[in-house]
Design a binder for this molecule. Structure first.
Ligand code: GLC
Length: 424
């Protein structure tokens, strides 16, 4: 998915002027709580409440995207309107769209023009705009710049380079007495985050995207097999056995406390790693993820979150106004500067304050431009089943439960069945 296709002037990013709205309304918004997400969401929503004379109720949701989806499906499936505004993953529009308000009625073309058009397309299901883009994510490689220097190493370009550097640093740091030090931490738990990590390995070896854009199941191929077997070889070597249960925050905990050389994570980890109380403050660099060999490519999976309004809300118009505020220029800028959340408004990538706070947003623009989309569009309402079949097959391989060749062959059969032969 290409994100920077339409670079548009800042003015077009301005949302429509709010119509006269009810006041004194209470709007419940569900926010993620990964890192400082909840705090940022709550600050933004409270600012809107003060400006408009309404109140907000912040509903915290589980960190795991998979658990959050289950909660939403339960809530929306029952047709309950107790959450007005929902924070929606980039892979969910096809899964949840039926329960969400068509925002086209509220955001005209001018109001959506400043956002990456690929996200607007992603969030449009059967002609209905079911969510507004809020921030984008791409998988990144964090590294300890001070340790690379200490051991005379260059930032790695391929996985082989990374493994070698990770091993050198791990051995060196352990020899100096830190026996809790690891080379590489990432997200290996059986959940959506593993789908992202594994798709990155596979794509870096040019091994496709699990399911092609035409619906064909492509996962059972030699490059994908090589990539997943490679990752399995890290477990217990440069990565702890516990990585099989790591999510984003678990990986960040190890890296930020100074106990890992490399970490795969999303942009939010930048601001936190460099916060004043972080032991690695000022020691961290960010690269795009390594290539799968010389003829492989550097990739990062496209992630990110949208804001949607529940069809079951009693206050749709006021809820839409909150979405307009939070996804607008000023709030996206604040979140980018203070929390390193990548904006979805393309003009903000030219903002000097944002680039000064987050050099990687400019330097790694290509990583965001060429971020690999998960196959959620083509699999639609079956995305979660397809993704969970994938992460389970990968998790089994990482756990030493069968090799990638047999596990991906079995996965191929499961996906053929699930998709009724690729028709989805
Ligand atoms: C991040 C991404 C999201 C992804 C999730 C997986 O929150 O933004 O798209 O699904 O991580 O853990």
């Amino acid at each position: 998915m290409r994100l920077f296709g339409a670079l548009l002037p800042a003015a077009s990013a301005l949302a429509l002027a709010s119509p006269v709205l009810a006041q004194g309304v209470s709007i419940a918004i569900s926010c993620g709580a990964v890192g400082a997400e909840l705090q940022f969401c709550s600050e933004g929503a409270e600012a809107w409440a003060r400006e408009t004379g309404n109140t907000v109720e912040i509903v915290s949701t589980p960190n795991s995207s998979t658990e959050r989806l289950a909660l939403y499906q339960q809530n929306l499936g029952a047709g309950v309107g107790n959450i007005d505004v929902l924070q929606v993953d980039v892979v969910w529009p096809g899964l949840l769209g039926d329960h969400l308000v068509d925002l086209k009625e509220y955001f005209d073309e001018q109001a959506t023009a400043g956002h990456f058009q690929q996200l607007i397309a992603n969030n449009t299901v059967d002609g209905r705009l079911v969510a507004m883009p809020w921030f984008i994510d791409a998988g990144l490689l964090y590294y300890r710049a001070d340790l690379l220097q200490k051991y005379g190493l260059e930032p790695p370009l391929t996985w082989a380079d990374m493994v070698e550097a990770a091993r050198t640093i791990q051995e060196g740091e352990r020899a100096e007495g830190n026996d809790r030090f690891w080379g590489y931490v990432w997200q290996g738990r059986a959940y959506e985050g593993l789908t992202c990590n594994a798709l990155e390995w596979i794509s870096s070896f040019n091994g496709g995207t699990i399911v092609g854009e035409d619906g064909k199941i492509t996962i059972n191929n030699p490059r994908a097999i090589e990539a997943v077997d490679l990752a399995a070889s890290w477990v217990g070597d440069i990565s702890p056995d516990g990585v099989l249960n790591y999510d984003e925050e678990a990986a960040r905990g190890v890296f930020q406390s100074g106990n890992a050389a490399f970490m795969r994570n999303w942009p939010y980890a930048w601001a936190l790693s460099n916060s004043p109380d972080s032991p690695v403050n000022g020691k961290v660099g960010v690269l795009s993820l390594p290539k799968g060999g010389e003829d492989g490519k550097s990739t990062g999976v496209l992630g990110g979150w949208q804001l949607a309004v529940s069809k079951y809300s009693d206050n749709v118009e006021v809820a839409v106004d909150l979405v307009r505020y939070l996804t607008g220029f000023a709030e996206q800028k604040r979140r980018a500067i203070e929390g390193s959340f990548n904006p979805t408004l393309s003009a903000l990538y030219d903002d000097p304050e944002i680039l000064a706070a987050n050099p990687f947003m400019g330097e790694l623009k290509e990583t965001f431009v060429n971020a690999i989309a998960r196959p959620s569009g083509v699999t639609g309402g079956k995305y979660n089943e397809a993704s969970s079949a994938f992460w389970n097959a990968v998790h089994a391989t990482l756990s030493g439960n069968g090799d990638a060749a047999s596990n991906l062959a079995a996965l191929e059969r499961d996906l053929i069945r699930l998709s009724r032969g690729g028709r989805w």
